[in-house]
Design a protein around this ligand. Sequence first.
Ligand code: G3P
Length: 224
Amino acid sequence: MKYKLPIIIINFKTYKEIYGNNGLKIAKAAEQVSKEEGLTIMIAPPIAEVMLYTTQINIPVISQHVDAHEPDRGTGMIPVELIKSTGAVGSIVNHSEHPVNLNSISFVVDKLKKYDMISCVCVQRSSEAGSIAILNPDMVAIEPPELIGGNISVSTAKPEIVAYSVENVREQSNEVAVLCGAGIKSDEDVKKAVDLDVDGILISSGVVLSKNPKEIIENLASGF
Ligand code: G3P
C-alpha cells in the first residue's frame, strides 16, 4: 500500500480509555487532523475492534499484532489474511509488549508484503534495527521499553539510540522508514525526532490518555 511520509501511528493498545465509543472519538480526531494537515496518520486499535474502525474511519487502520499462522485451525490465532479481511492495511509487528521471534517476524513481514500490506516492526535496541531492516519491512520503529508510557521521550532521553537506529537501517536500505516511539508527548519531542532523521513516530499514552486528544494530535503534527 502506498502512503506518504512522515507518518504518525497511534497505537491504542488496550487502555480502558478507548473502550466503548471513546476510541472512535480519538480516531475521528486523528482523521480530521490528517485531512487538515495533509499528514499520514494511521491508527492501531485493539484487534477485536479493527473492523469497527475500518468501517467508520477514513484513515488507514493497522493491527497491533498478527501471528505467523496460516488461516486454518488455530484457536485465537490472528493470521494476516484475517486482518486483511477486516479492511486493515497492515500491522505492528514485534512490539515489546507482544514480542515474537525472528522467524515469526520474517514470516509476517513476507506475508504482509505478499498482500501489499504495511509492516511496522518494533525493536528495543538500535543494534536490532539493522538486522530487521534486512527483512525489508516498510518501517522499523525503535522503542526502548523502559521509556514506554513515561513522560520523557526517546528523542530527548536517548537521542543516540534513535540516531544509531537510523544509521543501522540506512546501512541496509534506503527504502525502510525509521520511526521512533516511547514517551512522546509534544511537538518538541517530534521536532527532536525529526532532527535525528526519523520518518515518523509511534505514540500511545500521549494521545490515548490525554483529555484532549485532538489538541495533542494537532500539536504533534506541527512538529513535522
Ligand atoms: O507503540 C507505541 C508505544 O509503545 C509508545 O507508547 O505510551 O510511550 O507513547 P507511549
